[in-house]
Design a protein. Structure first.
Length: 261
């Protein structure tokens, strides 16, 4: 199951199916306000969205150890973690939590960039997003784009930037795979060696009783979508490892898209 970044659409992740092991499905989630799904003003926090998503993915959680893994990208990494935490309260867990291009939850609100993008005016907001995320798109200059997508993008950035970690009674009982682009200017200062960040990124280890794998691929913030070969090879091996250990192999692959209403 994929959890998109702020402003992202579930359809962006369909192409990753090409890199999955044979027999695996890809289930792409959307947040309210996108993909034809009505916005819900009552959902103000990452925890709110995670709890709502859990209600809608229950058909796939038919086992104490559901045959699903979570892949959360940027904001989606926080949503995926909180969804897994809600699951654990019910005695459930994903097989694997993959968090890409996002600091560990404990560091949110304390990360290097103190500026809150969502508080800026429209021009400044889009300018900062473009530079930090290495986005170069004419859509940011399109008035129709601004009217249609800017409110949702800003709301989801606010959720990410105002997220506050709440320590859980129990750690997740699934392994965590944390993936990063070496040249991610949204997370890393390019003048500092990437090794300086490994201790902080390793805080994901505190959130699982099983283990953490930390991996770096070439590319920027959107490395997993712009050039997925290297990062998805790590994902593929991790999924194959789960399959080997638990004897789980699906007989067919299909694309599905889940919406939240």
């Amino acid at each position: 199951m994929t959890f998109p970044h702020a402003g992202g659409m579930g359809t962006s992740f369909f192409k990753l199916k090409t890199y999955l092991p044979e027999g695996f499905e890809i289930l792409c989630l959307d947040y309210p306000g996108k993909g034809g799904i009505p916005a819900d003003p009552t959902l103000q926090t990452v925890q709110d969205v995670a709890k709502r998503l859990l209600e809608h993915i229950r058909p796939y959680l038919d086992d104490p150890i559901p045959k699903v893994s979570f892949l959360g990208f940027s904001l989606g990494g926080l949503v995926a973690y909180e969804t897994a935490s809600w699951m654990s309260r019910e005695g459930l867990r994903p097989q694997l939590l993959i968090a890409a291009s996002i600091y560990p939850p404990q560091l949110q609100g304390r990360k290097v960039a103190p500026e809150k993008f969502h508080l800026l005016d429209d021009d400044q907001f889009l300018d900062r997003m473009e530079k930090a995320m290495d986005l170069h798109t004419v859509f940011f200059k399109d008035p129709k784009f601004r009217r249609a997508f800017l409110p949702t993008l800003r709301k989801e950035m606010k959720m990410a930037e105002t997220y506050r970690f709440q320590r859980k009674k129990e750690r997740l009982s699934c392994p965590i795979l944390a993936l990063y682009g070496r040249n991610d200017k949204a997370l890393f200062n390019p003048t500092r060696p990437i090794q300086e960040y490994q201790k902080h990124l390793g805080l994901w280890r505190e959130l699982t009783s099983v283990g953490l794998t930390l991996n770096f691929a070439e590319g920027g913030h959107f490395f997993l979508l712009d050039d997925p070969i290297q990062g998805m090879e790590v994902v593929r091996k991790a999924l194959v490892g789960l399959d080997d250990r638990e004897g789980i192999r699906k007989n067919r692959t299909e694309k599905r898209r889940i919406g939240v209403d």
